[in-house]
Design a protein around this ligand. Structure first.
Ligand SMILES: Cc1cc2nc3c(=O)[nH]c(=O)nc-3n(C[C@H](O)[C@H](O)[C@H](O)COP(=O)(O)O)c2cc1C
Length: 278
């Protein structure tokens, strides 16, 4: 019997270990603490193991010819993605809540974020609502309300308010009509900045709408901030989107300073010289 698409993606819950609520992001050393400029990955055991995978060869996909698997392939490979939990309101006053993982920061100056909405098989309520000028909020989802947020992705008709099934709490915004999510430790009150309707170069169909949002106010819970006033990843517990119906939590983290030319140029010159000689 053919399974419906939602059944097909289901992971048998019985075979999974329970969610570990005590797991916390911790900082570890970097993958190769003795790396120097130009050093190849074959120089470590884990690097050699990684390269062994290449023995199976490469699959090359021409995206004009082989379109059927692009969606599952791309969403499974371009990971992890942050998730915008968007609260908006229609012109007639219907409130709406939905999740969008084609989401990221564009710039801090001015503070802009973007998210992208697929228009097939239907134009979604969120891109329609955010264009109405009433403003909207983008909230970040933390582990304790993953199920609540996921429920709002239901393909309900426009007159349905997803807040009613979410179990989440509305807090009035100070600048925009749409409320923010109280359970979210980081929320942005946004104004519509720009929409780019993406026209397919072959079919001419407007398949997708990219929304640019101007962040006017940020609400951040003080308990997730560190002494430098930035978000402490060990307390924030954000979830990310992976392929198909998978989500991820943030596991171990490591810190690597961005190299500064003035400090590193001696080492770089030396490394290049060594490479030439070998
Ligand atoms: C975690 C997650 C991420 C999603 N990301 C996107 C996305 O980036 N773009 C999109 O068009 N739909 C995305 N969806 C599907 C929408 O949430 C879904 O179509 C929703 O019903 C849209 O609601 P609306 O019509 O009220 O705007 C995602 C769903 C989930 C569960």
């Amino acid at each position: 019997m053919a399974l419906s698409s939602s059944r097909r993606y289901q992971t048998p819950a019985m075979s999974l270990p329970p969610f570990n609520h005590d797991a916390r992001t911790k900082f570890t050393e970097t993958p190769n603490t003795s790396w120097t400029f130009g050093q190849k990955i074959e120089s470590t055991e884990s690097g050699r193991k990684w390269l062994e995978g290449e023995e199976q060869g490469w699959k090359v996909i021409n995206t004009d010819e082989d379109t059927s698997r692009l969606y599952p392939l791309m969403i499974s490979a371009i990971v992890p993605r942050p998730i915008a939990f968007v609260s908006s309101v229609s012109e007639s006053g219907v409130e709406n809540l939905a999740t969008f993982s084609w989401f990221n920061m564009v710039t801090h100056n001015p503070p802009l974020v973007s998210f992208s909405c697929s228009n097939t098989p239907r134009v979604k309520d969120t891109p329609t609502n955010v264009r109405n000028g009433l403003g909207f909020t983008i909230n970040i989802i933390s582990e304790p309300f993953a199920e609540n947020a996921n429920a709002t992705s239901i393909d309900a008709p426009p007159e349905f308010d997803e807040w009613t099934i979410s179990g989440l709490t509305k807090v009035p915004s100070i600048h925009v009509k749409a409320p923010r999510v109280k359970e979210s430790a980081f929320s942005m009150e946004c104004e519509f900045f720009q929409a780019i309707d993406v026209t397919h170069p072959v079919s001419g169909e407007i398949t997708t709408t990219l929304i640019l949002a101007r962040v006017k106010y940020i609400h951040v819970r003080k308990d997730v901030l560190n002494e430098r006033g930035v978000v402490d990843i060990t307390k924030y517990k954000p979830i990310a989107r992976l392929g198909d119906i998978s989500y991820a939590r943030i596991g171990d983290a490591f810190r690597l300073p961005r190299p500064v030319w003035e400090q590193e140029k001696g080492k770089i010159e030396q490394a290049l010289e060594n490479n030439e000689q070998s």
